[in-house]
Design a protein around this ligand. Structure first.
Ligand SMILES: Nc1ncnc2c1ncn2[C@@H]1O[C@H](COP(=O)(O)OP(=O)(O)OP(=O)(O)O)[C@@H](O)[C@H]1O
Ligand SMILES: [Mg+2]
Length: 214
């Protein structure tokens, strides 16, 4: 399986005497999307954090293209874009300034062009001069998605990217993720939207009480 980009083996995470994740394995190949589903508290966000390295698993490892995946390492950040559920923005940068900074910091070629295209795609062109604090909650969520889509990436890790999006937004997100796959990006998607998972994902990993392989 030469084109497997993300390899996760035996991720185990305990908090005190509670075992939240117990030996989770998954692979995501280039051009493929894998869904992670399960009830609230089943460990989906914890799994993503352990995978990208913002939380330390008690056991197991995640590799991106053969390298230990840790978003604190620059060579990993070049390949990884993510949208987690705890997003911070620079409070005194406008939407377009924020995206421009993110794109340039991650050495996106043609940053200006990419930012313009993404602003248009996520529907934030009209508010591109506003500060994050003046955006609606759905617009802030769109800015978080845009921040991932202006980065170069081979792997997209998304924690409930559909949250707070309106119906058209979720429809756009589905189309966008299919386009990402078509361009060879690997997608790991946590979602509570069964229709989105069905539309985008090749396979699904279930966590929690009803866990079992799909
Ligand atoms: N730092 C922590 N310390 C103690 N317990 C934690 C910590 N982080 C997560 N947990 C616990 O781990 C469990 C899984 O949390 P997690 O956020 O991964 O769930 P989730 O599947 O993402 O849920 P949701 O669908 O609500 O987003 C929860 O019971 C949570 O309380
Ligand atoms: Mg979560």
């Amino acid at each position: 399986m030469a084109d497997v980009l993300l390899t996760v083996r035996g991720i185990t995470r305990r908090f005190g005497d509670r075992t939240i994740l117990s030996g989770v394995d998954l692979d995501v190949a280039a051009g493929e999307a894998v869904g992670v589903v399960g009830p609230n508290g089943s460990g989906k966000s914890t799994l993503l954090r352990c995978i990208v390295g913002t939380d330390d698993a008690d056991d197991g490892e995640a590799m991106l293209a053969g390298r230990v995946l840790d978003e604190r390492r620059p060579e990993i950040r070049r390949d990884l874009a993510m949208v987690m559920d705890d997003i911070d923005f620079f409070p005194d940068l406008s939407v377009v300034e924020h995206l421009d900074l993110v794109a340039r910091a991650h050495a996106q070629p043609d940053a200006e062009e990419v930012v313009n295209v993404v602003l248009d795609e996520v529907g934030l062109m009209e508010v591109s001069g506003q500060l994050p604090s003046t955006l609606s909650s759905g617009q802030r969520r769109r800015l978080a998605l845009a921040s991932a889509f202006v980065r170069p990436r081979r792997l997209l890790v998304l924690d409930e990217p559909e949250a707070r999006l309106d119906v058209d937004g979720v429809e756009w997100l589905g189309r966008k993720l299919l386009a990402e796959k078509a361009e060879g990006c690997a997608v790991l998607l946590v979602s509570h939207d069964p229709a989105l998972v069905e539309r985008v994902c090749n396979r699904v990993v279930r966590l929690g009480a009803d866990a079992g392989d799909d």
